[in-house]
Ligand binder design. Structure first.
Ligand code: ZN
Ligand code: ZN
Length: 1010
């Protein structure tokens, strides 16, 4: 033993060990890491790239706003003696500040979310709060919800022991009710419900809520609902669970109860907003971590060959040094392999190390946790299973085999060390874009805030599936408040249209069409799902389920389907019975890859804004994909073993997505430089998708993409990135505001990657339906530079000349109406910056001035107020401007999906052009007619923008609007304006520019609009 470690001494508990560490080396772990750095890379199979402090992050800003509440009421001294007993039993002298605050809020009858790191004593908070309720009213009931069955079992013993301190003779009871509970036990529990019922969302959904009448006693007295590991309820599961929670509150209300909620979560970026979406109500957020945080270091280790080999060697070295070590892998198979390799190399470690994963029996897991806690086990190799819940005490070293996929999971896993004493975290990257990114920038892993947890509580398909469940529980009254949101309304209409909900004859109420709709809804899939069964097996025994949107891609006949690290061969796919038949598990050294063709249709544009030389949009999409064939490839080396055509119907689903509409000049620029444009946009799509998990808590496969060089609706090149679950689950929505940052980072990762032509660490995607072809790495970098306007967009000479203006103006029809608006915009960029006048939509709004001819008021709108500006224009009876149709509307088109052709518009320049056959500038007309000259020009305005002088731009823009206003006033009086001909003659141009004439001329557009 090298004596690096406190645990090298015969000592058990973490705290005691900390005290016995060698006083001469106050930083034994740091010394250990520094020694590693001096090793030749052949020893470790890798090189230590960085070693830096890895402290806890500050509380998310959003949560810090939570008003302070005096926590004295929850200090141990103030607790009733029975609750003090719980602390004594646990050997706790004092609550940490976040525990005290959360408890005080819960006891005050508030709904609370505690969002703090792993092992910060969250279960103590809800156990104490529950005990407090039970002390006050012995008949009260509480419901504890855990995302996994294993976690219920983890909590049960501790909870029971806590409850026993309340009354030794007749303690309140706690029982689990889940899929493993026998029918006999279930009946007993329904007849006499325990004080605390522990269950899973799935059981609540199809086992408890549908039969709530048998649980009358329980629901009537339900006072508290505890929801643990809340951050796991995101994406598809989150959208389902949001509905289940609404059903739960509804059923409780039906029985006369209004339970309060206590929720616990890992640290996420948006705890308040996330809780609001999930629970449909406002929760008090407690997000500061009051637990002491000893120093922790992060070491980034670059493997020479395989991350697994390096990890196994490092693991052995740590354990040999007497350090209590945990390694986290991404898959069960890898866990077992590493365990095997370590024991092969060092058989003497048998009995001192173990693997740990979800397939183990609860007793096996308890035994491992206990031995780890007590220091009997020195090392554990685990899947993410040990990331949640369970206290295993303070460990010394955490080895991350591959980036865990999110900052949140990284911090959860790192939270296993440095509890009570210092800790060291190793990150060993695999061949993946994010892994490599954090290897190059470990400081960003340390400083990056946790991701936002996203969920769409009104996801159409999912809400439509739960409404019949709710109606079966208690008939839906259409006046119920939760049905008021537009999303739920759409789902309600869909459920009626599908016939899964039937409206009462009198109207105003709906009933479920089927008897037990909850049975048909799986919380783990969106849209209709397919059951995967072994050939010959029927009924409820399934290998798994798969969503209808993914079934042809992953479970086509002949596919190798991976489930929990086991391979199955698909033998049949039955659309009618929604079932997949498989054989296996099979041992094969090859995998299958579908060849997919996709297309996308834009159904509705929800948001639009310009970024650089592109338009970024968010909207509803219809995606059609067809699996045309599949390839068999060898797992090692990826050699193509065969290609098999398939004849399957297309899969069509609606979802939400974001997309980029690129200026056509980008394509021209790439082609002229000999770069592959399709390869460029395709690679950008892949790189951007790989980064999705950095911006919203999701798996990169929760989103998919399509790049199209010429999209019919866009009329040009477009890159679509969309939620791969029907209806969307909120990911694209979360990405949209940060789209520019995402694309810029995709460019950075591609540029930094040392490969030549693209690789899995930058632009290759493991799930590309086109087999990663075509891809052009230099093309990706160039597309991004041009798209983000980091490089000037080349334009042909004629694109820099203002186009001729021809536009038919609607014929007059008489109508009386209120006053038109006069309006003008100034831009941030010149035509030359955006590739010519054809791209006015990329010039970006600097500001706009609107003049209301009715009220005589001026209004100014900046880019941030573009939505309000568009609303203002569309609410006006008519809009008047100079060259407004081609220029001003062109600029605004970037910010809205609304159609400016629908806007009643009178363009003075068009009218002049129609009358004369040529154009006159506003400056010319103003000088000749009003004797006034313009100060400054458009180019000057661009300079002001660069100098940040919005005030000067505003004055300039307002002057233009005033000139138009005064020209109109002159024309209304004199029935003409004045201009100077080429021969120098000043002449009158007869015009009908009074308000009535203008409104009459724009009336037809108004009529068509209404
Ligand atoms: Zn690369
Ligand atoms: Zn692809």
């Amino acid at each position: 033993m090298n004596g690096y470690s406190p645990a090298a001494r015969p000592s058990s508990s973490g705290d005691a060990a900390a005290k016995t560490s060698d006083p001469r080396s106050p930083r034994p772990l740091l010394r250990f890491a520094e020694d590693l750095a001096r090793l030749p890379s052949s020893e470790l199979g890798g090189t230590l790239r960085a070693l830096l402090p890895f402290s806890s992050l500050p509380t998310p800003l959003e949560a810090a706003a939570s008003p302070e509440l005096a926590s004295e009421s929850a200090s141990p001294a103030a607790l009733p003696p029975e609750l003090k007993g719980i602390l004594v039993r646990r050997g706790i002298a004092e609550l940490w500040s976040h525990q005290a605050e959360a408890l005080a809020r819960a006891n005050a009858g508030r709904d609370v979310l505690v969002a703090t790191p792993t092992a910060s004593g969250k279960s103590l908070i809800y156990n104490l709060a529950t005990a407090a309720r039970l002390l006050e009213r012995r008949g009260a009931r509480a419901l504890f919800l855990f995302p996994l069955k294993a976690l219920e079992h983890d909590q049960l013993a501790g909870l029971r022991a806590d409850l026993e301190t309340l009354s030794a003779l007749d303690p309140p009871t706690a029982e689990i009710y889940d899929g493993d509970t026998s029918p006999y036990r279930r009946k007993k529990l329904r007849e006499s419900p325990p004080s605390v019922l522990l269950t899973t969302p799935d059981m609540l959904h199809f086992g408890i809520l549908p039969g709530h009448d048998q649980w009358k006693e329980f629901f009537r007295n339900l006072e508290l609902v505890v929801v643990d590991e809340v951050h796991t309820y995101r994406g598809v599961l989150g959208a389902h669970f949001a509905q289940v929670l609404r059903r739960l509150a509804r059923v409780a209300r039906h029985h006369g109860a209004e339970p309060r909620f206590i929720a616990c979560s890992a640290t996420v970026g948006n705890p308040r907003a996330f809780a609001r979406e999930l629970f449909g109500r406002e929760l008090d957020v407690v997000a500061h971590d009051g637990a002491p945080a000893p120093q922790r270091w992060l070491a980034a280790l670059e493997p020479e060959a395989s991350a697994y080999t390096t990890a196994a060697r490092l693991f052995r070295r740590c354990v040999r040094a007497g350090l209590r070590t945990i390694a986290f892998t991404q898959a069960r198979r890898v866990t077992e392999l590493m365990h095997l390799w370590v024991l092969e190399a060092e058989p003497q470690l048998a009995g001192r190390i173990s693997s740990y994963r979800s397939g183990f029996l609860p007793e096996e897991r308890r035994a491992i946790e206990k031995r780890l806690f007590e220091g009997d086990l020195l090392g554990v190799i685990s899947t993410s299973a040990l990331e949640l819940g369970i206290d295993v005490g303070g460990l010394d070293v955490c080895i991350l085999v591959g980036y865990p996929g999110s900052v949140l999971a990284t911090r959860q896993r790192a939270g296993r060390v440095a509890r009570g004493r210092e800790g060291l975290v190793f990150m060993i990257p695999q061949e993946d874009a994010l892994d490599r990114f954090f290897l190059r920038h470990p400081e960003r892993l340390v400083t990056r805030p946790c991701e936002d947890a996203v969920l769409d509580a009104t996801s159409l398909e999912i809400a439509a599936a739960h409404l019949p469940c709710a109606a079966a529980e208690v008939p839906l009254a259409h006046a119920e408040t939760w049905l008021e949101s537009p999303g739920v309304k759409r789902a309600l209409a869909l459920a009626h249209a599908r016939g899964s909900l039937l409206e009462s004859a009198a109207g105003g109420e709906s009933f479920a069409a089927r008897r037990d709709p909850a049975r048909e809804v799986s919380l783990r899939a969106a849209g209709e799902s397919f059951a995967i069964r072994r050939a010959g097996e029927t009924g409820r025994r399934v290998v798994g389920t798969i969503g209808g949107a993914r079934v042809t891609g992953e479970c086509h006949p002949g596919a190798i389907y991976l489930h929990r690290a086991q391979s199955y061969r698909v033998t049949a796919l039955d659309f009618e019975r929604r079932s997949v038949e498989v054989e296996g598990p099979v041992e094969v050294d090859w995998y299958t890859r579908p060849v997919v063709e996709k297309e996308t249709e834009i159904l509705e544009v929800l948001r639009s804004r310009p970024i650089g030389n592109t338009l970024a949009k968010l909207g509803r999409l219809r995606v059609t994909s067809r699996t045309k064939a599949y390839e068999k490839r060898r797992i090692f080396g990826q050699d193509l073993l065969g290609r098999h055509p398939l004849d399957l119907p297309p899969t069509v689903f609606e979802t939400e997505g974001v997309w980029l509409e690129l200026a056509p000049q980008i394509e021209r620029a790439l082609k002229s430089e000999g770069l592959h444009f399709m390869g460029g946009i395709h690679g950008l799509e892949h790189a951007a998708l790989a980064l999705f998990p950095l911006f919203a808590l999701c798996d990169r496969f929760d989103a998919a993409g399509i790049s199209i060089p010429r999209h019919a609706q866009v009329r040009g090149p477009a890159i679509f990135l969309y939620d791969s679950h029907p209806g969307g689950i909120g990911i694209s929505r979360a990405i949209f505001p940060r789209f520019e940052e995402l694309v810029a980072l995709a460019g950075e990762i591609t540029r930094e990657c040392p490969c030549v032509d693209g690789c899995p660490s930058c632009i290759h995607s493991p799930r590309c339906g086109a087999g990663n072809h075509p891809l052009d790495k230099r093309g990706v970098i160039r597309v991004i530079d041009l798209a983000l306007a980091r490089a000037p967009l080349p334009a042909k000479r004629d694109e820099l000349v203002e186009p001729e203006l021809f536009e038919e103006i609607a014929e007059p029809a008489v109508s009386a109406a209120p006053a038109p608006l006069i309006f003008d915009v100034e831009t941030q960029r010149a035509a030359g910056d955006v590739g010519g006048w054809g791209n006015t939509h990329l010039m970006r709004l600097a500001l706009a001035v609107v003049y209301d001819t009715g009220s005589g008021q001026f209004e100014t709108y900046t880019e941030a107020q573009s939505d309000a500006l568009v609303e203002r224009l569309f609410a006006a009876p008519a809009v008047v401007g100079f060259n407004v149709r081609r220029f001003d509307y062109g600029v605004l088109r970037a910010y809205t999906a609304r159609k400016f052709e629908d806007l009643p518009t009178f363009d003075l320049l068009e009218d002049v052009h129609k009358k004369l056959g040529y154009r006159l500038s506003l400056a010319h007309l103003a000088a000749q007619t009003l004797g006034r000259s313009k100060t400054g020009d458009g180019l000057q305005s661009l300079e002001w923008w660069k100098a940040g002088r919005l005030d000067l731009i505003e004055a300039y823009c307002r002057m233009d609007v005033e000139l138009v206003r005064d020209l109109l006033a002159f024309a209304a009086r004199e029935r003409h304006v004045i201009f100077q001909r080429k021969d120098g003659e000043r002449v009158r141009l007869p015009v009908e520019w009074d308000g009535t004439s203008i409104l009459a001329r724009t009336a037809r557009v108004r009529e068509m609009r209404s």
